[in-house]
Design a protein around this ligand. Sequence first.
Ligand code: C2O
Ligand code: CU
Length: 491
Amino acid sequence: MRKLTWKGKVGIAGLGVAILLGALVGTYFWQIRMQKPYEVNMGEMHHMEGMAGHQHGTASAATHQASLATRSCEAITEGENDAPIREFRLTALQSEKKLDNGGTEKVWTFNGLTPGPEIRVAEGERVRVVLDNKDIQEGVTIHWHGIVLPCSQDGVAGVTQDAVKPGEQYTYEFIADSPGTYWYHSHQASSIQVEKGLLGNFIVDPQQDRFEYDQEETILIQQLNGTYLMNGSTKGTHIEAAPGKRVRLRMINAANETETIRVDGASYRIIAMDGHDLHEPEMLEHHKFLMGAGQRYDLLFEMPQQGKVVVTSESGLKVALGTGSEPEIRSDYSLFRWTDYGEPDPNAPVDKLTYDQSYTLKLDQNLFINSINGKSFHEIPPLMVKEGQRVKMTITNAGGGDHPFHLHGHIFQVLSHNGQALSGSPVYLDTLLTQEGDTYEVYVKADNPGLWMMHCHNLMHASMGMSMMFNYEGISTPFRVGTKSGNLPDL
Ligand code: C2O
Ligand code: CU
């Protein structure tokens, strides 16, 4: 037998240590993912006190709760009115999907499809969606990402409803009163169910459009069992568009990672973010932009007289519009910044605002923990608000990559980035992409009483603890999160 050299021995020992470390880290992550509470009432956790303003209670959570008359989230529904009703049926069921790379994936679908059927309604219509679960054992829900609706309709397992088990049915009903590009997805075990395919587009057409176009299209990026797809394709799809046509392109990032998007063949405007129009957006040439997980961007461009327009993501996906020659690909693209894009809107001033409550949220991820202000999951005290309050949140990304931060049930306005006030169009979002070192201040009007989740939309991060509640005082829930009920919204 050959004798090992000194270097060989160190090499083998090093390899051993590396394998051991790898195994340890692996089990550790598996455990944090698996470490779920037995039973938690998300409306009755310890309260986070405001850092300023006239919120200064120090009472314990218990006495605090007892002193308040409570209203149940379950009882907060969409009131009667005579809005036209649009009814849809979505059935969650297991299925298979053939991919254009030759593979076949076992997927979970709505009506046999992933993405599920597009839901498209007009602004002001009453949306009624009947959800059935055929055979998803752990149950499903539907969360209407970005839509402001009554608490009971938010589709969060263990907070606003129980997960819908096989054979069961649940009906959602709400008025779609804000036009724009949205999406829907299950919020039971979301980090698993979204990746298995339980998601779809949700478009609310405006009564009156601020922008003019001849044609509109939607592009959805998803990660199906780990494989990136753009409009269902691993390679690239094609959309008909005649020369000279003005196209509105609605883009949805339903995957977990930030996408860098490039448009070649035409200059374009970004006319909306998270469904909300931007004010006087200017033309962009040779720009790429970042789209955080959960976010939407609407683009507007005119098809060239000849050749294609190609939309490419950094993950290698593309969609080509039109026919003819391929556009010239450049090597230099400026990065789009929405903090000084477009023009201020005289009708939406921000700088004069004062706040009733201010909170600081530090998003962090390291080897050991995914946290907000150093805590995870239900250990994070909920941010408490009273109806009518003006709330400022200062959100810092303290590490661990991108954290697209999503608040349910509200639209917030971004005030500043790293101390610099926004100087272009006002920006209203439901999902804020933060990158390492970023600090943003955002303003939320507390005008939708309920119990609302607030979490990183990299759903893996949420499943490992970067998820908390934005709760109104006096609102309760009969539902419970935990292994006892089986409601695990972010597993
Ligand atoms: Cu799109 Cu709490 O989720
Ligand atoms: Cu994150």
